[in-house]
Design a protein around this ligand. Structure first.
Ligand code: ADP
Ligand code: MG
Length: 622
C-alpha cells in the first residue's frame, strides 16, 4: 500500500529542493566536471571510473564522431580529424590561428565571415563547436551521475583570457545547452578548492602549469575576500612544450629527418609524453620507437625542460613585481595543472618562493573542485554571507562622447587589474578644455547609465577642431579602484581622478542594470543612431556657417548663398524636431549635395593659395 504524501497546502512536498550546479574545468588537454555532494566537492567520473576527459574530439568520415578517450585513440591513425588543444584556438582570429598552426597539424580554412575553421571529415567546424562537444559530454556525465538535469555551471578560464576568448567560451556553453552561472578564473578556483577563503588573510601564489598554458596569479585574501593583485604567465607554454622538447631530442636520437609527416610527429609526441609522465615516478624510462630503442633518464629530461621552466620562473618574478609583493611575503603557494607533477617543476617552484607548495589535492582536479564550490554558492544552495570575488568588473566603464552617447572603454567581465586607453579629439576650433564624464553600465545613452564622476582637462593649446590628441586612460586596480587620466599628447597637460566603481552597487542592482540593457537593446541602438546623426548635423551646420562667413562672398553669388542658408535653416529645424533618424539622415545628405559646389571651390582656392609663393621643390618635400 502506498503511503499518502502529506504536505502543508500550498507548499511543495520538497520545500528545499536542491538545484543542480556543477563546476567545469574546460582544459586545453583535459576537462573535468565536479559538484558538491554532502558538503564536499568531488569530481564526477564516467562509467569506467575515469575523472579526466581528454579534451579531444574525433570527427569520423564514417560512423559517429566521438569525444574524450575514445577520440584520443584516433590520434595516431587519423590526426587531421582528431582535434586536440582546441582551447588554444578558442576566440582567436585567423592571424593567431596561423601562428599556432605549426604546432597543430589541422587544415585551417575560413568561413564567409573570415572566422577560422577546421576542415574535418564532417565538414568545417569552429573551435566553439569543438568546445561545445566537450562540454556536452561533461554535462551528460553530470546528469547521469547526479540523476537529473543541470540548472547551471561555473566554467573556468585562464586568467589570461581576453574578452573574445571568454565570450567564445560562453558561446560554446550556450551551444551545448549549459547555463553559465559565471566564468571563473582558474587560479581563483584553485585557491577556493584549498579552502583558503576560510583563512583570515594571506598572500597566495597560484602556479598553474597545464598542458597548453601557464598562469601565475598573486592573490591577497583579507576578511574573506580575494583580491587579484597581479596575473601573468604565458598563454602558449605548458606540458605540451615539454613533450615537444623531448620529442625533438628523440627525433635526433632516432635519426629521423626534420620534416616529419603528421603521423610521425604524433607518434614522437605521444611517446615523449608517455615518457615524461613515467619519469615522475621512475628515475629512467626505456623507449622503443620504430626500430630504435634507448633510455631517457630523469636527469636528461630535466635539462631538456630547464629553459621552459626558467621562463615560468621569470613570469613569477614579473608578477610579484606587478603586485609589488616581495617574494618572502608569499604565505602559500598552490600548484595547479598536471605538469606540476613533474618533480623538477615542484623543486623549482619551492626554491623560488622559499615555501613548500600545497600539493595534497590532485593538481588536475583542483580547479574543477573550486568551480563546483563556487557554483554551489551561485545557484543558491548555500546561504549566508558568502565570499564575493572581486576579480572581474561587473559593469562596463565608459566615457560620455558627443550627443550624450557612451563609449565603453573597459567592458564588463574584464579581469582586474586592467588598463585601457583611447584617444579623443576636440570638437570645436580653439577648444582649450575638455569635460570627461565617467559612466558605468551597458546602455547606449548617458542618461541610462550610472554617472560615476566628472572632471575637466584644461590648458589644451588652441588648435583647429580635430587636431588635438587627448588620450584618456581607464585603469582599474586589484581593489576595483578606477582611476582615469586624460592627457593632451602635444602639450602633455594632464588631469586625473579616482573613483570606486565596484562598490556601492548591490548585486541585484547590477542584475537590474544588465536586464535593462538587454530589454532596451533595440531602442537603445535606434537612439544611438539618432544621436550620432544629431552630432553630424551639428558639425555640418557649424562648419557651413563658418565657411560661409569666411569665403561665401568671395566664392558664391547671392542666389547660391541664399540657397545654402535655406538648406542650413531647414537642417537646424529638423535637427531639433525629429526623433526619426532616417529623416535627419536624409536632410544631412541633402545639405551635403547642396554644398558640394561650394566645397569644391574652397578646395581649389586653398590649393591655389598654397601653391602661390612656394617652389615646386618645397611642395614635393612637404
Ligand atoms: P590543461 O589545464 O591544459 O588541460 P592539465 O592540467 O590537465 O592541462 O595538464 C595536462 C598536462 O599534465 C599534460 O601536459 C600532461 O602530460 C601532464 N601530466 C599529466 N600527468 C603527469 C605526470 N604524472 N607527470 C608529468 N606530467 C603529467
Ligand atoms: Mg588546467
Amino acid at each position: 500500500m502506498a503511503l499518502l504524501q502529506i504536505s502543508e497546502p500550498g507548499q511543495s512536498p520538497q520545500p528545499h529542493q536542491r538545484r543542480q550546479a556543477v563546476g567545469i574545468d574546460l582544459g586545453t588537454t583535459n576537462s573535468l566536471v565536479a559538484s558538491v555532494r554532502s558538503g564536499m566537492a568531488e569530481t564526477l567520473p564516467d562509467e569506467q571510473g575515469r575523472h579526466l576527459l581528454p579534451s579531444v574530439v574525433h570527427y569520423a568520415s564514417q560512423g559517429p564522431s566521438c569525444v574524450g578517450n575514445e577520440a584520443a585513440e584516433h590520434n595516431i591513425s587519423d590526426p587531421l580529424n582528431t582535434i586536440l588543444s582546441v582551447k588554444r584556438l578558442l576566440g582567436r582570429g585567423l592571424e593567431d590561428v596561423k601562428m599556432l598552426g605549426n604546432q597543430l597539424p589541422y587544415d585551417f580554412q575560413t568561413d564567409q565571415g573570415g572566422m577560422p575553421k577546421i576542415a574535418t571529415a564532417c565538414g568545417l567546424v569552429s573551435p566553439i563547436q569543438v568546445s561545445a562537444e566537450i562540454l556536452r559530454k561533461l554535462v551528460s556525465r553530470a546528469e547521469v551521475s547526479l540523476g537529473g538535469a543541470l540548472d547551471g555551471a561555473v566554467i573556468t578560464v585562464p586568467a589570461y583570457f581576453d574578452e573574445a576568448q571568454r565570450q567564445a567560451t560562453k558561446d560554446a556553453a550556450t551551444l551545448a545547452g549549459v547555463k553559465v552561472l559565471r566564468l571563473l578564473n582558474e587560479p581563483t578556483a584553485a585557491a577556493i578548492a584549498y579552502g583558503l577563503d576560510n583563512e583570515k588573510e594571506g598572500v597566495i601564489a597560484v602556479y598553474d602549469l597545464g598542458g597548453g598554458t601557464f598562469d601565475v596569479s598573486i592573490l591577497r585574501l583579507s576578511r574573506g575576500v580575494f583580491e587579484v593583485l597581479a596575473t601573468g604567465g604565458d598563454s602558449a607554454l605548458g606540458g605540451d612544450d615539454f613533450d615537444h622538447a623531448i620529442a625533438e631530442w628523440l627525433r635526433q636520437q632516432v635519426g629521423m629527418s626534420e620534416s616529419l609527416n603528421p603521423t610521425e610527429q604524433r607518434i614522437l609526441l605521444e611517446t615523449a609524453k608517455a615518457a615524461k609522465e613515467e619519469l615522475t615516478d621512475s628515475e629512467s624510462v626505456e623507449i622503443e620507437i620504430l626500430d630504435w630503442s634507448g633510455v631517457l633518464s630523469r636527469d636528461v629530461m630535466d635539462t631538456l625542460i630547464d629553459d621552459l621552466l626558467n621562463k615560468t620562473i621569470r613570469a613569477c618574478r614579473r608578477s610579484l613585481r606587478d603586485a609589488e609583493i616581495a617574494v618572502d611575503k608569499i604565505d602559500t603557494v598552490v600548484l595547479v595543472g598536471g605538469s606540476t607533477r613533474t618533480l623538477r617543476v615542484r623543486d623549482k617552484v619551492a626554491e623560488f618562493f622559499g615555501v613548500e607548495p600545497l600539493t595534497n589535492l590532485d593538481p588536475d582536479r583542483v580547479v574543477a573542485l573550486g568551480a563546483a564550490l563556487q557554483a554551489e554558492v551561485l545557484i543558491g544552495n548555500k546561504s549566508g554571507d558568502e565570499m564575493l570575488l572581486l576579480d572581474v568588473i561587473p559593469l562596463s566603464l565608459g566615457i560620455e562622447t558627443m550627443g550624450g552617447l557612451i563609449e565603453k572603454i573597459i567592458h564588463r567581465n574584464t579581469t582586474i587589474p586592467v588598463a585601457k586607453a583611447q584617444e579623443f579629439t576636440t570638437f570645436k576650433d580653439g577648444q582649450t578644455a575638455m569635460a570627461v564624464h565617467i559612466l558605468q553600465g551597458e546602455r547606449e545613452l548617458v542618461d541610462d547609465c550610472r554617472s560615476l564622476a566628472r572632471f575637466e582637462l584644461r590648458g589644451i593649446p588652441p588648435m583647429v577642431a580635430g587636431a588635438a590628441k587627448i588620450r584618456v586612460t581607464y585603469q582599474v586596480d586589484a581593489d576595483g579602484l578606477l582611476s582615469v587620466t586624460a592627457r593632451e599628447l602635444t602639450s602633455n597637460v594632464e588631469s586625473r581622478i579616482e573613483v570606486k566603481p565596484s562598490y556601492g552597487l548591490a548585486e541585484d542592482e547590477i542584475t537590474q542594470m544588465l536586464q535593462d540593457s538587454f530589454s532596451h537593446a533595440r531602442d537603445d541602438m535606434q537612439a544611438r543612431v539618432l544621436r550620432e546623426q544629431q552630432v553630424d548635423a551639428d558639425r555640418m551646420i557649424q562648419d557651413l556657417l563658418a565657411a560661409l562667413k569666411e569665403d561665401g562672398d568671395k566664392l558664391l553669388n547671392t542666389e547660391e548663398i541664399q540657397c545654402l542658408q535655406v538648406a542650413v535653416k531647414e537642417l537646424q529645424k529638423i535637427r531639433v524636431e525629429t526623433t526619426e533618424h532616417r529623416v535627419l539622415a536624409r536632410q544631412i545628405e541633402a545639405v551635403g549635395k547642396t554644398s558640394e559646389t561650394f566645397a569644391a571651390r574652397r578646395m581649389d582656392a586653398s590649393i591655389k593659395s598654397a601653391l602661390a609663393g612656394h617652389s615646386l621643390d618645397e611642395i614635393e618635400q612637404g
